[in-house]
Structure formats: structure tokens, C-alpha cells
Design a protein around this ligand. Structure first.
Ligand SMILES: Cc1cc2nc3c(=O)[nH]c(=O)nc-3n(C[C@H](O)[C@H](O)[C@H](O)COP(=O)(O)O)c2cc1C
Length: 331
């Protein structure tokens, strides 16, 4: 079968080129380059697929390139697709352009599926539903509690996102009155431009508050965290995408702006260690949380983690109530 393709395509193209040269010379514009490509594939010894299937192997790659588009535009239904369906994307585009975001004549969703959530009618509905739902964060030890929206922007660093993206997200947070998590890349000038509320995330690299050796610097932290735009502090213990690996930011990506935000030298590769250097036990973590809260002038300070081992969560919960300001329990 392979032999068949190997000779067939170049032979066919050469024959067609010969006929075209005789009867229809203008067709040579297409046939001649195709014949040359097929011949080249036939002769070369570098790539097996191209040698066995001259020209046709390339058609396969073209189809592979086009596959996502066929999939998205022709094969997939409006409600399929990950992470966002076509319908969800269309809704975001419509709202961003100020276009109509709903269409009449009923829903296309399967409202009888088990996962479908719905609001039930009542003859005695409650009238005092708040205009906007918010959650007060910060216990008795927080002198600056924060009234948080229920939906906020999750942590994505400047560096993993462009300056324009950071600006757009922060401006969105400002307009919508919700909070923008900085991600572990610290606070850049683009986070500050529009003044949207910030949650400052600290990863194991302590960007924005690190000493030259990479350790945590309380003075730098206090200075930056006391900025009024920073509403809460978040310690990143782990993240789904990087289980226990830490992180590397290659030197060529450390531009002047990224270096400025993170407090690292321009052009030099930066490593985030797999674990934090400020604590090594759950109790030390709780003590550090309390320290950060105090250094920030009393702002709510919490943790983000991706649970790998349930017993680790238990270990974190146990020391919390013991006089570290995280609850009222005995033990
Ligand atoms: C571009 C990008 C950058 C991210 N950077 C961080 C980060 O700096 N710190 C962090 O804790 N999580 C980071 N995340 C993870 C998100 O905060 C979030 O936890 C993750 O995307 C899962 O949420 P999702 O299912 O809504 O996407 C990043 C995610 C993305 C897509």
C-alpha cells in the first residue's frame, strides 16, 4: 500500500504536467509546483511520512491544522466545547460590545438534566434581597476587613498575562466593584493604573517583597501591603497546574517592567522554590499569616491551596483556633 502511494502521486502529477504542457499550458502554474514538491518528498530521506506518501502527507498536516476550526465551527454544537461553549463565548462577546445578550423563544439548555440549577417560584417571595451580594471578610483581629464581591478575578500574574490584559482586568474590577488577584507575580504598574481593588498574592518567590537571596522581606511587604488599593493578602501554598514544582521564569522573559514589579534583576532567570522558606509547620504558617495581617495594617490574610492530601488540610485546620486569631474553638 505504501509503495503504491509512493509512486502513484509523483507519477500522476508528472503525467498531468506532461499533458498540461501539451494541451493546457496555464494549468502548469498549479501542477508544476505540486509535482516539484511531490518529487522532493519522494526523493528526500529525512522524513518517513513524506517519503512514503509524497504530497499526501502534507495534506494530512494541513487537515490537522484546520481540525480545531472544523471542530469548533462545524462539528461542535453551541452548548459543547471546553472550557467555554460557543454560547458562553457569544454571551461574553455580546456583552463586551454592548449588544443584546439574550434571544427570545425559549432556552436551548437541557433544563431537565440533573445538573440544571433553577430558582423555584413562590407565592410568598422574600422582598429584602440585597441589591448586590457581598461577603465581609476579616475577623476581630482585622482592623481593615474587606467587603468582598462573591465573584472576583482569580490569580493570574503580570508576565503570564500581558500588560493590556492586566489593565483590562483591573479596570473591569474597578467598574464592577470586585477584586483582582495579582497572582504571584506581584503588583505591576498596570495593576495600579485603574485603581481596582487588589488581592496581593505571595508565592514562594515572595515577589515584590523579597531580599536579594529570595527570602521574604517584612519591610518591603509592609510598605506595599499598606497601600490602600491592596484590600487583602493571599499566601499561595500550591496551585493545580504546578503540584509541588515551584516555578521558573526564564531570563529572557524578565523584562524591565516584570523585574520592577517582582523586585528581581532584569534578564536573569528567577526561580520560585517548591516550598516556602518562611514556615515549615502548620503552626508556623498560622503565625506567619498573623504577622502578614499585622504588617499589612490589619488586612484579611488567607491561603490558596490545591488539596493533594486531605491530612494536610486537617493539619492546617488544627492549629488555627489556638490563639492565632482564626477562630474561637478550644483546640
Ligand atoms: C494565565 C494564568 C496564570 C495564572 N497564574 C497564577 C498565579 O500566579 N497564582 C495562582 O495562584 N494561580 C494562578 N493561576 C491559576 C488560577 O488562579 C486558577 O486557580 C486556575 O486557573 C483554576 O481556575 P479556573 O478553573 O477558573 O481557570 C493562573 C492561571 C492562568 C490561566
Amino acid at each position: 500500500m505504501i509503495l503504491y502511494w509512493r509512486y502513484l502521486i509523483p507519477a500522476l502529477l508528472l503525467a498531468l504536467s506532461g499533458l498540461a504542457a501539451w494541451f493546457l499550458p496555464s494549468a502548469l502554474v498549479v501542477l508544476a509546483p505540486l509535482s516539484l514538491i511531490a518529487l522532493w518528498d519522494f526523493i528526500q530521506t529525512h522524513h518517513t511520512l513524506r517519503r512514503n506518501y509524497p504530497l499526501m502527507a502534507r495534506v494530512r498536516w494541513i487537515m490537522e491544522d484546520l481540525r480545531p476550526f472544523f471542530q469548533s465551527y462545524i462539528v461542535q454544537g453551541d452548548l459543547e466545547g471546553r472550557p467555554f461553549s460557543h454560547q458562553e463565548r457569544a454571551l461574553v462577546y455580546a456583552r463586551a460590545k454592548g449588544d443584546l445578550d439574550s434571544h427570545p423563544m425559549g432556552t436551548e439548555l437541557d433544563v431537565y438534566s440533573d445538573e440544571y440549577d433553577w430558582l423555584g417560584h413562590s407565592v410568598v417571595p422574600r422582598e429584602e434581597a440585597p441589591e448586590s451580594w457581598r461577603l465581609d471578610i476579616g475577623g476581630k483581629d482585622c482592623s481593615k476587613p474587606y467587603s468582598s464581591a462573591l465573584l472576583n478575578i482569580s490569580a493570574m500574574s503580570f508576565g503570564s498575562l500581558s500588560a493590556n490584559a492586566i489593565e483590562a482586568l483591573n479596570q473591569g474590577a474597578k467598574i464592577g466593584d470586585f477584586a483582582h488577584d495579582t497572582g504571584e507575580g506581584s503588583i505591576s504598574r498596570y495593576h495600579r493604573k485603574h485603581g481596582g481593588d487588589l488581592i496581593w498574592e505571595l508565592g514562594s518567590g515572595y515577589f515584590g517583597c523579597r531580599r536579594v537571596d529570595g527570602d521574604f522581606d517584612p519591610d518591603q511587604f509592609a510598605e506595599q501591603a499598606s497601600d490602600d488599593q491592596v484590600k487583602m493578602v493571599e499566601i499561595k501554598l500550591s496551585q493545580g497546574a504546578k503540584p509541588g514544582h515551584g516555578g521558573v521564569l526564564p531570563g529572557e522573559k524578565v523584562t524591565e517592567e516584570i523585574a520592577e514589579a517582582r523586585g528581581v534583576p532584569v534578564g536573569k532567570t528567577v526561580y520560585s522554590p517548591a516550598a516556602h522558606s518562611t514556615f515549615s509547620t502548620p503552626i508556623e504558617l498560622m503565625e506567619w499569616i498573623a504577622e502578614l495581617r499585622d504588617l499589612s495594617g490589619g488586612k484579611p490574610t488567607g491561603i490558596k491551596l490545591c488539596v493533594g492530601q486531605p491530612h494536610e488540610v486537617m493539619a492546617l485546620c488544627r492549629p488555627a483556633p489556638r490563639g492565632h486569631g482564626f477562630g474561637q474553638g478550644d483546640d
